[in-house]
Design a protein. Structure first.
Length: 314
């Protein structure tokens, strides 16, 4: 592959996929000691989607993104799949998705937990700067497979879903104006899952550190973009807990009304949550050309990532 001069990239299209099976808070109340109101008050979640496979959901979301883009799939140079719940340990689930889509390109999994899609988006811009033309970035999870459905502290949170984006080389600077990635491995035991185990979480430690991590990452990206919080038109946060998002927005000085939230109907879908919330904002006509959009999240690790986009996409 010949290497052109460094170039920018833009997010060309999005696609999403959610399982058909809806599990409500009342459904969970029949299994563990909880109530609908208790869950909503502490998390903002009313229902979540459960089912499917990571590769299947990723494939469906990717097909929709490719169809919406109108591109020839053969022009995709790389598939990046962000996931913490691959179908198998080996090979990468990205290779399964590649085969399902009939693509001929590089394919790899990326595990940065709930920050994964933003990590993948930033990586895609880097690959395009090195010469790739089009990259498919996917966040997909089937967290229900690693959730202990008898543990009230975790079973109310996690769910399944997928979101995908086509990233395309473009003339000029492109849409990525600021970005930041980080990890604090000292906190890796606040949320983890052993091989063949179930998710274990320290909720209090997650809440405190997640708010700080999202604030720090967002401020780094804003500084790189030479913007202030007042310049942001829309925030697309990781959908972990509505209280975490509210606290993060308060610390940043960004009104909560500027966020795109889907947690009430999707739960925490980890690496899928940001593209799901971004697509929701697009479907609701909340993003216009040249809007400043802040993507920001945190995840097990404790990872964090953010990106400021000058919207020039779908």
């Amino acid at each position: 592959m010949s290497l052109p001069q460094p170039s920018g990239a833009r997010l060309l299209s999005l696609g999403t996929s959610l399982p058909d099976n809806v599990v409500t808070n009342d459904d969970l109340a029949e299994r563990v000691d909880t109530t609908h109101d208790w869950i909503v008050d502490r998390t903002g979640i009313q229902e979540r989607r459960i089912g499917g496979t990571t590769s299947g959901l990723a494939t469906d979301a990717s097909r929709q993104a490719i169809e919406r883009s109108g591109i020839d799939p053969s022009t995709i140079d790389l598939l990046i799949l962000a996931t913490t719940s691959p179908d198998r340990r080996v090979p990468a689930t990205a290779s399964t998705v590649q085969e399902n889509l009939g693509l001929s390109c590089g394919a790899m999994d990326l595990n940065a937990a709930c920050s994964g899609f933003v990590y993948g988006l930033i990586a895609a811009h880097g690959f395009i700067n090195l010469g790739h033309r089009r990259i498919l970035v996917v966040g997909a999870e089937t967290l229900s497979r690693i959730t202990n459905w008898d543990d009230r502290s975790t079973c109310i949170l996690f769910a399944d879903g997928a979101g995908a984006a086509v990233i395309e080389r473009t003339d000029g600077e492109g849409d990525l104006k600021g970005w930041h990635v980080a990890s604090n491995g000292a906190l890796e035991d606040t949320l983890f899952c052993e091989f063949d185990g179930k998710l274990i979480m320290s909720g209090g430690a997650i809440f405190k550190n997640a708010v700080l991590a999202m604030e720090r990452s967002a401020l780094h990206s804003l500084e790189m973009a030479d913007l202030t919080p007042d310049d942001i038109d829309l925030v697309v946060p990781h959908q972990a807990n509505v209280r975490i998002v509210e606290a993060s927005c308060k610390r940043l000085g960004i009104p909560f009304e500027k966020t795109s939230m889907t947690i009430h109907r999707t739960g925490n879908t980890s690496s899928a949550s940001v593209p799901l919330a971004l697509d929701h904002a697009l479907q609701e006509n909340r993003i216009s050309k040249d809007d400043n959009v802040l993507l920001v999240g945190f995840g097990a690790g404790m990872t964090s990532a953010s990106a400021v986009l000058k919207w020039n996409g779908v």
